[in-house]
Ligand binder design. Structure first.
Ligand SMILES: Nc1ncnc2c1ncn2[C@@H]1O[C@H](COP(=O)(O)OP(=O)(O)O)[C@@H](O)[C@H]1O
Ligand SMILES: [Mg+2]
Length: 274
């Protein structure tokens, strides 16, 4: 559980090492037995998910598997039909205000309020996040530097390219430096350079935060995630490291091993659901 501490560390570095490990083990997301029904459709069927600080979870599944619905329940944007969510120890149902302060959320698609400039939008979000007025300009400058938005702060959001719109979405999700980040397809529709940039940012933030990101791109999971969770037809069908995921493929499969495993896991679940 503790991993192995590097040998011969001086005492002061050993203390730092252990305190980092303890911080990483802090359970930040705890979702238990989440269900969601839309009229006749039982879209999410008992999803449980525990995520510690320091983990970057790739949330995978075919279209319609229930990823967005689950993420919306994790962030309180959608009430579960059953089950519960705690974020950094705060129950979403019992203590929603405290729970809402613990995370940033990048929803699918482009940011709301397309008629605002980037600066106006981030000011609006910062106020809604309870950041003190005197700190807002500094926070915006800081986040704009991190996601490379400085040159477009006074441009209207709807006139930005897709890549810049996504950066605005990421900026609003991290402006208050939350311990938890939930991102719905953060690299969808971006070009390879933009994808690389977003992945680097996620990797950097992943050492201290709990991050859940949905994606269709299996290489992305290998590149940035410490863990893969696969859902199919509303149920978790795999939860483990990317290495464990790949090892499900028999040795005879030599190319696109992750694709092979993904198809195997999700096809079986879809058949069972019929
Ligand atoms: N608001 C809604 N009303 C009715 N059905 C919905 C709603 N949101 C999602 N669904 C359905 O729930 C299932 C899961 O959708 P979703 O969570 O968006 O999947 P994913 O993000 O994995 O592609 C799909 O069949 C979808 O059509
Ligand atoms: Mg989705």
């Amino acid at each position: 559980m503790w991993g192995t501490a590097p040998r011969n560390l001086p005492k002061s570095r050993f203390v730092t090492y252990i305190s980092n490990r303890v911080r990483q083990m802090r359970e930040l997301i705890s979702a238990k037995n989440l269900h969601k029904s839309f009229a006749e459709l039982h879209a999410v069927k008992g999803v449980s998910l525990q995520v510690n600080a320091g983990e970057v979870v790739g949330f995978l599944g075919p279209n319609g598997a229930g990823k967005t619905t689950t993420m919306r329940m994790l962030t309180g944007f959608l009430d579960p039909s059953a089950g519960s969510v705690s974020l950094d120890g705060f129950s979403l149902a019992d203590d929603p205000l405290a729970a809402q302060n613990t995370f940033g959320y990048l929803p699918e698609g482009a940011p709301a309020y397309p008629e605002m400039t980037v600066r106006e939008y981030l000011q609006f979000i910062a106020r809604a996040r309870g950041i003190a007025r005197r700190e807002i300009a500094g926070k915006i400058a800081d986040v704009a530097g991190r996601v490379h938005l400085r040159g477009v702060l006074d441009q209207v959001i709807e006139t930005l390219s897709k890549g810049f719109k996504r950066r605005v979405g990421i900026a609003q999700a991290i402006i208050h430096d939350p311990p938890i980040l939930i991102m719905d397809e953060p690299t969808d529709g971006l070009d390879p350079n933009q994808k690389h940039e977003v992945r680097e940012l996620i990797r950097t933030m992943g050492s201290t935060k709990a991050i859940v990101l949905s994606t269709h791109i299996l290489e992305e999971v290998e590149a940035v995630c410490t863990r893969a969770v696969v859902i199919a037809a509303g149920r978790v069908v795999f939860d483990g490291t990317p290495e464990e995921f790949e090892l499900i493929a028999p040795a005879s499969v030599t190319r696109n091993r992750m694709d092979y495993v993904f198809r195997q896991l999700t096809a079986t679940a879809a058949e069972v659901a019929q």
